[in-house]
Design a protein around this ligand. Structure first.
Ligand code: 4SX
Ligand code: FE2
Ligand code: CA
Length: 358
């Protein structure tokens, strides 16, 4: 994190529509293809010896995920779509004023994407803004091609960053609004969810050593599609790829499943969050000790979900060093040795008495 989290530019931020695509560096394209194409059913837009460009059934832009072969598994870019090509000039000026690294990419430089602006954001992430992109067939009604675990579209990014309030202020400056957060009584903020499109989030900020990518999430229309992915992995004897879930989130209310791809990159399959588009959409704050915040049914979160994340690259392709989180860590205050949590806040040590409503 640089001082740029506290700079406020005098020009407006670019008009971001939504999170649009992610690029991962992977070690073995054939293994990635088995996971993303054969199991998850993503549609191949383009593939060559270096990379796979994939999209989900409802998407008509060229890709929502790129898997590129490289030496170190990592995140190489998180891309946001802006409202028009003119917003690229706005983005360039905004980030120059923030004092971070800014690069223009000519049309044709990035397969499937027109002109783009790439930056290293104040949190240390490689971020792209683009508008123009090639269109491909939208598979919405290609039911012949949908498997039982059909994935509709990219939904959100989730990143690890050490200072959540600073990161939140940066994203609010970029025009994102908070939908939900997790805090404690001492004022520590553990996580925050922010959006541009009218859903719970385009980006979640999760307190942790960073910059690292926690996960990217794809949405299905129905819960049964998530359950089928679990059954499919079981049938392949690949249940080790299931990290957490399936379950119902407290935050967002979405149905969820977390998978780890062959390089350990975490993919969430997500369904049914709620509409947030009105200007007075209420912010929901959760207590970090509420054991229904991350799983509405109270199922515990596995430690790897708190500790593991993907490294990120700078614009030259070098691995970014991470900065340690110094604020208290959610895992330590909930499932660690001193951790505690509750189901009903006013319960005593005697625990829940059947029939008692608090
Ligand atoms: O685990 S949480 O219920 O806080 C949660 C995690 C909610 C929504 C998400 O997309 C997520 O990754
Ligand atoms: Fe998520
Ligand atoms: Ca498991």
């Amino acid at each position: 994190m640089t001082d740029a989290t506290s700079i406020r530019p005098t020009v407006p931020p670019p008009d971001v529509i939504r999170c649009a695509y992610v690029e991962f560096i992977v070690s073995d394209l054939a293994a990635s293809r088995e996971f993303y194409v054969d199991v998850l059913g993503l549609v191949v837009t383009h593939e060559d010896a270096d990379a796979l460009y994939l999209r989900a059934f409802e998407e008509y832009l060229h890709h929502s995920i790129v898997l590129r072969k490289g030496p170190v598994p990592a995140l190489s870019v998180l891309a946001y779509r802006v409202r028009s090509a003119a917003e690229l000039d706005v983005a360039e000026e905004y980030y120059r004023q923030l004092g971070v690294r800014v690069e223009r990419r000519a049309a044709g430089a990035i397969r499937g994407i027109g002109e783009a602006v790439r930056i290293e954001d104040p949190l240390g992430f490689p971020i792209e803004f683009f508008y123009d992109a090639e269109h491909r067939e939208r598979f919405t009604q290609r039911y012949d091609a949908h498997g039982a675990g059909a994935i509709a579209r990219l939904d959100h990014f989730n990143v690890n960053t050490p200072d959540v309030p600073a990161a939140r202020a940066y994203y609010e400056g970029l025009g994102f609004r908070v939908s939900e957060d997790i805090k404690d009584d001492e004022g520590t903020v553990y996580a925050a969810w922010l959006f541009r499109k009218p859903t719970v989030h385009d980006i979640a900020l999760t307190g942790g050593d960073g910059p690292r990518l926690h996960h990217v999430a794809f949405a299905t229309h129905e819960r049964h599609q998530i359950l089928h992915i679990c059954d499919h992995l079981g049938a392949l004897r690949r249940s080790d790829m299931i990290e957490r879930g399936p379950g119902r989130h407290g935050v967002s209310n979405a149905f969820y499943l977390y998978l780890r791809d062959p390089d350990g990159h975490r993919i969430e399959i997500y369904s049914h969050d709620y509409y947030t588009g009105d200007p007075d959409n209420p912010v929901i704050s959760w207590d970090v000790h509420d054991n229904q915040r991350r799983d509405w049914w109270g199922n515990p979160v596995v430690p790897s979900w708190y500790t593991d994340a993907s490294l990120v690259l700078d614009l030259d392709g070098n691995v970014k060093e991470t900065v340690e989180r110094t604020d208290s860590k959610e895992m330590d205050v909930t499932i660690g040795a001193d951790g505690f949590s509750y189901t009903r806040k006013n319960d005593t040590e005697q625990g829940f008495k059947l029939g008692t409503q608090v």
